[in-house]
Design a protein around this ligand. Structure first.
Ligand SMILES: Cc1ncc(C[n+]2csc(CCOP(=O)(O)OP(=O)(O)O)c2C)c(N)n1
Length: 637
């Protein structure tokens, strides 16, 4: 039995010797590598916080003390130290452990949102709540990376925390110099200056020896630390920055020296007011493939870059081509240069690509400024993170009718990252924005077509949304209906039982549905509107030639494309039943994309069955019998 297997909770850590802790750290690293290379996951970040997490759980008393991981992708070690060693092999698998903290999994887990830069705000609120409720013996601990610290929310929180003088709050900045990419921006340069400063190593040694001579009690000790810090103030700048905000600063500390981190955390804990502990770690430590990975220190396995054949890569290639023709086209990413496929564009046109850090709101309003300045910005962002910048898209871009193109990668079900990462909101949010045009390509050819059309729009914003993963085969239109592609007409031409309108790749699912229904004598016209907003008016005319309209989208059903189609028909007085298929308006658990789609009923088989039933409700005779057979357990295959 390994030492790690004996750790059932944080209390089991407290009696371990230094040698045992070193052994434990090694066992944790082995398990992280062995598991994530099999299941996928955030390997690099977790390898970097092994000693830090051990120290946190030895110093603080979770769950009485509250531990908030910013983003939460670096909480695997925390999972292992809080009773989840035996189940760790199920990481990110359907029904298994989630890739982020999960309140359903453990009383030690608190924040599971996985959108970055929120930890300090949660911590601020928690600390205020405990103060108000008269629970002064609780400490709130937030662990935030240097990447997450580039997000605006973190600074809004710091501004408030500084004023909450008697909050028992410890903020640990886990500074590894990386987010996905080396962290960029003024703050990052500030922090980087410490690492390259020739006196840095010396300072770490100095702090180490001084601290180890210091007795472990209370605020006076903090004063000693403070004195150390003051002594090096002129060389190392962050303390000046944080102290100017009114926040006590401790560091920089070598985050792989467990004893040293513990000592600093004990002082911070006992200080009784907000303290920021600056810990320097190495992302990927202990796994050469991660340490030597110059793209992102294996932030994730498998790597999140835009692999050949993926939607992201197709987009990246198309944008490079557009960039050659259109010198006014510029690109913006929020800390996701490689995963969004923008890396090629940045390599080809370095002056025209901006990585703004984890700062989606700023990215969008900065894009508005670029557009006002005469350029056409393409903001490449994961669909789920656009939520952050809704107001900026609405008021800063759309209200001004600015030509900004949003490229939303990972739109729809994403898979193993779970509820917070499914891109199932944008399709509805964007329907709300006046003047916004939304395109949903069904295949690679349509990515090129629609992105080119989008950057030609000069009087307002556009969106191009596509899912995660590999692009499927290409399907050409057999006819045109306004701007809509007709992909399949039933025998005898347009006019049949069902008009199936599939948004993006769901149009291809629609083709499979049509094949299944044809076997049972149900005629289906399958169309791809290409643009899901505004809804093509031609659909109203087409609807009149059918008995049922069906929409299918990889987005939440509420207020999505289907609802927009139903509204169009109402507005045109087309008295036609509309069935809208999409994702249930719920926080959908993790699993593979196929598993989640299956559960949501968005597979050809499920759709065919439900459509058969809907047709049967409205038809006498043969079809009704088919549907009855289907509902009685003879699925329509
Ligand atoms: C709002 C938001 N934008 C983008 C991301 C994607 N993302 C996940 S982790 C990460 C990098 C985080 O860097 P850092 O905080 O330094 O932590 P590290 O991985 O280096 O430990 C990014 C950009 C996110 N989770 N949330």
């Amino acid at each position: 039995m390994t030492l790690l297997e004996c750790i059932k909770g944080p209390e089991d850590l407290k009696g371990l010797s230094h040698e045992q802790l070193t052994r434990l750290a090694g066992e944790i690293r082995d398990l992280l590598i062995e598991t994530t290379t099999r299941t996928s996951g955030h390997l690099g970040p977790n390898l970097g916080v092994v000693e830090l997490t051990i120290a946190i759980h030895r110093v603080f008393d979770s769950p009485k003390d509250k531990i908030v991981f910013d983003t939460g992708h670096q909480a695997y070690v925390h999972k292992l130290l809080t009773g989840r060693v035996a189940t760790f092999g199920t990481l990110r698998q359907r029904g298994g452990l989630t890739g982020y903290p999960s309140r359903a999994e453990s009383e030690h887990d608190l924040v599971e949102n996985s959108h970055a830069s929120t930890s300090l705000s949660y911590a601020d609120g928690l600390a205020k709540a405990y103060k108000l409720r008269g629970e002064p013996d609780r400490t709130v601990v937030a662990i935030i990376g240097d990447g997450a610290l580039t997000g605006g929310m973190a600074w809004e929180a710091l501004n408030n925390i500084a004023a909450a003088k008697d909050s028992r709050l410890v903020m640990i900045v886990n500074d590894n110099g990386w987010s996905y990419q080396p962290t960029i921006g003024g703050l990052a340069e500030h922090l980087a200056a410490i690492r390259v400063n020739p006196r840095y190593e010396h300072v770490l040694d100095y702090i180490k020896t001084t601290l180890s001579r210091t007795p472990l009690v209370g605020a006076p000790i903090y004063g000693t630390l403070h004195g150390i810090k003051k002594g090096i103030k002129d060389v190392l700048q962050p303390q000046v920055m944080f102290e100017d905000l009114g926040i006590k600063y401790v560091g920089p500390i070598d985050g792989h020296d467990e004893r040293l981190v513990e000592t600093a955390l004990r002082h911070a804990r006992d200080f009784g007011a907000p303290v920021l502990v600056h810990v320097i770690t190495r992302k990927g430590l202990g796994y050469p493939e991660a340490e030597q990975n110059t793209v992102d220190c294996l932030h994730q396995v498998p790597a999140a870059g835009a692999a050949p054949g993926t939607w992201s890569r197709v987009f990246g290639d198309v944008l490079v081509a557009i960039g050659a023709r259109r010198p006014d086209v510029v690109a913006i990413t929020a800390a996701m240069l490689h995963p969004t496929g923008l890396a090629q564009f940045a390599a080809a046109y370095p002056d025209r690509a901006y990585d703004v850090g984890i700062a989606e709101q700023h990215a969008v309003t900065s894009a508005a400024g670029l557009a006002m300045g005469g350029l056409h910005p393409v903001v490449a962002i994961y669909s789920t993170f656009l939520n952050r910048a809704f107001d900026q898209a609405l008021m800063d871009v759309a209200l001004h009718q600015l030509p900004v193109t949003f490229v939303l990668d990972r739109a729809g079900v994403t898979g193993p990252d779970g509820a917070s990462h499914h891109g199932m909101w944008d399709g509805s949010l964007m329907q709300l924005v006046p003047g916004m045009k939304v395109a949903a390509p069904r295949d690679a050819r349509r990515v090129a077509e629609l992105l080119n059309e989008a950057v030609e729009v000069s009087d307002g914003p556009t969106v191009v949304r596509f899912p995660k993963g590999k692009v499927g085969g290409e399907v050409e239109a057999v006819a045109k209906l306004g701007g809509t592609d007709v992909l399949r007409e039933p025998a005898g031409g347009l006019g049949a039982d069902v008009l199936l309108v599939g948004a993006g790749p769901m149009a291809l699912v629609g083709l499979e549905v049509a094949d299944r229904l044809a076997v049972h004598g149900i005629g289906v016209t399958v169309v791809d509107p290409r643009w899901t907003k505004p809804v093509d008016e031609a659909l109203a005319g087409a609807a009149r030639q059918h008995r049922l309209v069906v929409t299918v989208e990889d987005n939440g059903r509420a207020g999505g494309f289907g609802d927009a189609v139903a509204r169009l028909l109402r507005d045109h007085d087309v008295d036609m039943p509309v069935k809208t298929f999409g994702l249930p308006q719920e926080f959908l658990a993790h699993g593979t994309r196929d598993e989640v789609l299956e559960e949501a009923g968005l597979t050809p088989q499920h759709l065919a069955r439900q459509i058969t039933e809907a047709v049967a409700l409205r038809s006498p005779g043969d079809v009704r019998e088919t549907a009855t057979a289907a509902t009685e357990g003879h699925p329509v295959e």
